[in-house]
Design a protein around this ligand. Sequence first.
Ligand code: SF4
Length: 390
Amino acid sequence: MEKYNSQLLTAGRAGLYVHIPFCLQKCPYCDFYSITDLSLTPSFLQSLKKEISIGSRVALQFDTLYIGGGTPSVLKPDIIGEIVKTAYQNLNILPDCEITIEVNPGTLKAQELVDYRQIGINRVNIGVQSFLDQNLKFLGRIHSAKDAVNTFEWARDAGFKNLGLDLIYGIPGQTKAYWLEDLEIALSFKPEHVSCYMLTYEQGTPMDRRRRKKCFQPLADKRVAELFKITAKYLVARSYQQYEIANFAISNALRSRHNQKYWSFAPYIGLGPSAHSFLEPVRYWNHSNTNQYISSLAAGQQPIAGKEQLSEKQLMIEAIYLGLRKVAGIDLDEFERRFGRSFDSLFEEEIKDFENKGYLQLAEKHCALTRDGMLFLDSIAAAFTGKDLT
Ligand code: SF4
């Protein structure tokens, strides 16, 4: 294999992610790292500030700061303000930085949103999940549909012009009509960004255990696939552009600048428990344990739990998997510049096969999944990446 062109991957601006590891209550389907013991907040904050200052040694320019979790909105705005301020003091944060906070309805009031604006946050992503109470109940969310509506309206009233909503579909008993009702309510608020995630039963979660015990009947795969297809159709017909399997924005400029970094191999630094960082070709991740995170930093050590140096083959596999998630697909010229191999020659057979099935299209120097193909992302990516690439 020719030499992998690593310079291409480090080019461009970096993203900064801060993981707030607290939630008021664990949702039964969730496998993100978070805890409900908020008494650890002061020592977490002290440790995070220390970790940010260690990060100042990284000579990167950040044009995104994403405060996610967990539920960042369980922390008071002055704490969030301290985090943002510490990042500005220690890292090279560019003036046009996209600064996002994830908030969950039921954990904040109108004033908090006003305070976020004053801190400099310019994008809010709201974990609505559904505007229908029966769905929120099944998902074990702490909030009601009314809380979701209030949060959105408070955010608009506070002056935010870049608001995103997260929705979940594929919920047991969900009909096409119910899902369309959810989407219709969501769009009635004119969000700039909508993310629609398929409910998945992650191993080890309470919801997965209940599913295995047959406490409920999951929605049949065929029905989930129908909901997936009508999602894009519905949103695109109403002027939202799909740019990734689950993500839609009202314009190019209002796509999530931060999340696009993950799909395009840009460098990013993750701070806080369980956060991952990628500085090509190295990926490393922090302890998924807040106490361990705190004690590492207290001992003057970086809270890193693991590190791996990706081989050329691993980088190629990631480029294929992440590229296929994007509606624009894999950029064939860029692939060749990076790996010194032509994607379409390397995978001629696979491309032909999936094109014939209507799952893939090769056009304008890009190889992208069709909407039907997106349903089979994992198996299609596996067919490419399972090939002997030597
Ligand atoms: S609020 Fe979000 S991060 Fe917290 S448990 Fe629920 S889904 Fe997971």
